[in-house]
Each structure stands twice: as structure tokens, then as C-alpha cells.
Write a protein that binds this ligand. Structure first.
Ligand code: AMP
Length: 459
């Protein structure tokens, strides 16, 4: 099967060609024909399978006929990051369609969202909390809605969003197409599917199975004791090569330095390294000159070292899927591997998601003799960045040499970078990994912005 078989509108086909997809993925092959027929679909598929295009392409096709500037497509996602990623797919795939989409999530000023809603959009990609706020305040009219997508429904359940979803559905016409995607199908999601879907077709693609040769353990510990716990584990355990994962590049770098200071042959691998240094870290890890490699998920892509005996998640990953990928680095070729994860209170949601994906609870371990009682410092500065060096003063611009201004497709001026970290606002969900991208100004994304604020899409 290829994309021509779906008989998409030529403007949608143009988006597929521009993005460079040649062959539909299995979830697309199964889901798209059913979605195009207008029926409800329950898709069992995780991130990475191509599920986004499986609902975005038919939605774009459908919206090309009929009236514009009413919200006719609504996609609900659990996190801001996912909402931005979906919107980015809409923008890329819908490049030639003129269809306008908008992301709505909490943690940012609501006013620009209201303003864009007033201008008229065709698709809203939203996190439940802020969406419900807008609905309650009458900022958003869903009476023209034709297609509702609930993406990563199990994740929404984990985050406690199901009551909000049920409230939102009261604002939506009963006569609609509903598509529900979930990586797993706990009873609660089965119940929700029963309530919101009518006579759905079920499509399913295989989930990535974790290697059976890996044993998993969680080590609950306060965040300020993670480094001490890692050192303790390294001392107590007989290891070959050890791959340690952190949430951010800076944490990888700092932790690598700390391990070296503690006498380990360690290196860190993170996106800021030059190609030479990256190569040196990798080949040193491969030939055993470095016993420990500290890396972020992105930097660790493609690491294939057959002797990795332990994967240690210094920071828990952002998705259950990422957990499976991380631990897939050990226990290869039927050797036994170990996956240790240091966890603290804030990681409970992700632990549940991982346990569900593995199909069994993870063992909680304590380390005898480890001093768990050390009090947290008033301010934990372990991973604070050193103060910036003052920048050399710039020469004043000569008259007539205006600073270049970037514009988006609408000709609006945009900031060259509006990453969450620069706004000075703390990210409510300290997740920091899946595909870091720039954040669209204030959560608004009308065809031209790029997005990526991460975290729970609360109010
Ligand atoms: P998703 O599961 O929707 O997050 O998609 C995972 C990745 O697969 C994204 O980077 C998509 O751009 C890419 N993708 C989706 N469909 C296709 C396709 N048919 N061919 C190649 N890449 C695809």
C-alpha cells in the first residue's frame, strides 16, 4: 500500500511529499482507510509508530471541504510537548492546505489563545485543563466539531485527566467522529472508549517488547541523594560497562565530571560535544577505556556496546517507550542485563506507565547501610550552572543598520528564540527530553510557529 491509495486531497498529498514519507507505517495502513470512511477508531499504538499522521492526514483531508474558521477538529493530548509536536505535524503536513491550527495549554498567558480563537481556527490541539477553562469561559465554540481525537489516552488517565475529558465531551456534539489512541488499554481506558466511541474499528500495532534478559529495579531516593546513591550502587555492584542516563545535557556533563572526580573511568555524551569529542567518548566506551558513559536519550541514540551490563537511570525517562529504549542497551544477545532507576516522589506517574507497559510491578530496592536520612540542603545547587561570564560590550550599531527581524508566514514579527528556560518561568513538569524544540510564543501556533514547551498541560 502507498499513500496514493488513500486518495487524499492533492493539497494533503503535497504535504506528504514535502515531509518525505514514502510508505505508510503499519498503523497508518490500518487506521487511515477506516478514518477516511468516517467511522470511530480505537488505535493501540505508541509514540514512534507514525500514529500522529494516521489521524492528522484524514483530518486535513476532511477539513478541506466544508466551512472554514470554525473549530472542526479537536485533538486532546496529555502534555504540552505532545500538543506542540502534533501541531508541528499539522503545520508540516498541512503546509499547502491553508488550514489553521492552534495549541492550547496551561502555564502560559491565556489571552493570546483567546485572541487567536476569535480570529478563527480549524483545528485545536489542546491539553485538558486549559481547554476546559476556555470552554467554561465561553472562549471556544465546539458546536461545529466533526472529529475528536484523544491521543495517549492512557497517559491522560495516569495524569488524572479523565474527569476533565468527560466534562469536555459534554461541550461536543454527539454526532461526530472519535478516534482514541493509547499505547496500553487499562480498564479505565476501556471504560472511556466504551463511553465515547461508537462501534469503533480497532487497529493495533505491536508494541516494543522489553528484553526478557533484563532485570529491573527501582531505587527510591530523595533527589539530593541521587549522586550518593549512584556512587554507592557502583561500589556495591559488579559491573562491566555502565550506561547512565540523565534528563539534560548539563546534568550529563556535571555527573560525568563527578564520577571522574570519584575515581571512575567515566565520560559524558551530550549534544553539545564536538564531533571529535563525541567520537572519543564513544570509542573509549566501546573499547573499555571508559567504564561508565553518562548520556542523554538523544545523545545515546545508536550506542551499541555489547558489554553493557547495567543501564542506570539517574533520572527516570519521560515516557515508558523511552524506558524500553534505554534498557534495550543492556541484556543484548541473551546476556543478562540490569536496569536500575533512581526515583523520587515526583516520578510516580511515570513509574506506573512503565509498570503497565512491562505488565508487572517493578521491584523497589533499598541499599543496606546507605544513609537515607541526610537532610536536603536548603537550596540544592548540585546542578546549578556557574554564573555567566560578562559578555564583551557590543559596538553600537551604525545608523541605518537596523537589527534583522524575523517574521513568520503571516508577516508577524517573531522572537528568534523563546525557549521556556529563558522566560524565567519554571516548567511545572520537569520532563526535559523528547525532542527538545523551541516554544511558540505563549502557546499560540498558527501555521508558522514551532513548539516544544514540555510538561503537564494543566491550567
Ligand atoms: P509518531 O508516532 O506520530 O510520533 O511518529 C514518529 C515519527 O515517524 C515522526 O518523526 C514522524 O514524522 C515519522 N513518520 C510518520 N509516518 C511516517 C512515514 N509514513 N514514513 C516515514 N516516517 C514517518
Amino acid at each position: 500500500m502507498d499513500f496514493d491509495d488513500f486518495k487524499f486531497h492533492p493539497q494533503v498529498c503535497a504535504g506528504v511529499t514535502a515531509i518525505g514519507y514514502h510508505t505508510p507505517t503499519p498503523i497508518q495502513t490500518q487506521a487511515i482507510p477506516r478514518v477516511m470512511q468516517g467511522g470511530d477508531v480505537m488505535g493501540l499504538a505508541q509514540t514512534g509508530t507514525g500514529k500522529t499522521a494516521a489521524f492528522v492526514l484524514p483530518m486535513l483531508h476532511r477539513l478541506l471541504s466544508g466551512s472554514r474558521s470554525h473549530v472542526r477538529g479537536l485533538i486532546i493530548a496529555p502534555t504540552r510537548e505532545l500538543a506542540e509536536q502534533i501541531n508541528e505535524s499539522i503545520i508540516e503536513l498541512g503546509k499547502e492546505t491553508g488550514i489553521r491550527s492552534l495549541t492550547i495549554y496551561g502555564g502560559v498567558n491565556a489571552k493570546p489563545q483567546v485572541a487567536k480563537l476569535k480570529q478563527g481556527v480549524d483545528i485545536v490541539v489542546a491539553c485538558p485543563g486549559r481547554l476546559l477553562d476556555h470552554l467554561n469561559q465561553g472562549n471556544l465554540d465546539l458546536s461545529h466539531l466533526e472529529t475528536l481525537v484523544l491521543d495517549e489516552a492512557d497517559h491522560m488517565f495516569d495524569m488524572g485527566f479523565l474527569p476533565d475529558i468527560r466534562r469536555i465531551i459534554k461541550y461536543i456534539p454527539g454526532k461526530r467522529q472519535t478516534l482514541l489512541f493509547s499505547a496500553t488499554m487499562p480498564d479505565e481506558i476501556r471504560g472511556l472508549a466504551h463511553e465515547v466511541l461508537q462501534d469503533p474499528a480497532t487497529v493495533q500495532v505491536d508494541t516494543v517488547a522489553p528484553a526478557k534478559t533484563v532485570s529491573h529495579a527501582l531505587y527510591p531516593v530523595e533527589p539530593h541523594l541521587k549522586t550518593a546513591m549512584l556512587l554507592e550502587l557502583l561500589q556495591l555492584t559488579k559491573t562491566e560497562s555502565v550506561l547512565v542516563f540523565t534528563r539534560t545535557k548539563y546534568r550529563a556533563k556535571r555527573l560525568g565530571e563527578k564520577l571522574v572526580k570519584s575515581g571512575y573511568r567515566a565520560a559524558s555524551l551530550q549534544g553539545n560535544l564536538s564531533q571529535n569529542r563525541r567520537q572519543a567518548a564513544l570509542s573509549g566506551f566501546r573499547d573499555g577505556s571508559f567504564q561508565i558513559l553518562v548520556a542523554t536519550d538523544i545523545a545515546a541514540r545508536g550506542i551499541d556496546v555489547s558489554l553493557i551490563s547495567h543501564v542506570i537511570n539517574y533520572d527516570i525517562p519521560d515516557t515508558a517507550d523511552a524506558y524500553i529504549h534505554r534498557i534495550g542497551r543492556t541484556g543484548r544477545a541473551a546476556r543478562n542485563g540490569n536496569a536500575y532507576t533512581l526515583v523520587s516522589g515526583e516520578d510516580q506517574i511515570m513509574i506506573r506507565a512503565i509498570e503497565r507497559m512491562l505488565g508487572s510491578p517493578l521491584e523497589r530496592c533499598t541499599v543496606d547501610g546507605f544513609d537515607y536520612s541526610v537532610a536536603s540542603p536548603r537550596k540544592n545547587t548540585e546542578f546549578d550552572r556557574p554564573p555567566r561570564q560578562p559578555r564583551p560590550r557590543r559596538k553600537p550599531a551604525r545608523q541605518g543598520q537596523a537589527k534583522p527581524v524575523q517574521t513568520n508566514q503571516q508577516g508577524d514579527q517573531t522572537k528568534s528564540s523563546t525557549r521556556a528556560g529563558r522566560t524565567g518561568k519554571k516548567n511545572p513538569n520537569r520532563s526535559g527530553l523528547r525532542r527538545g524544540r523551541g516554544t511558540a510564543p505563549l502557546g499560540v501556533n498558527l501555521q508558522a510557529g514551532r513548539g516544544g514547551g514540555q510538561g503537564r498541560g494543566g491550567r
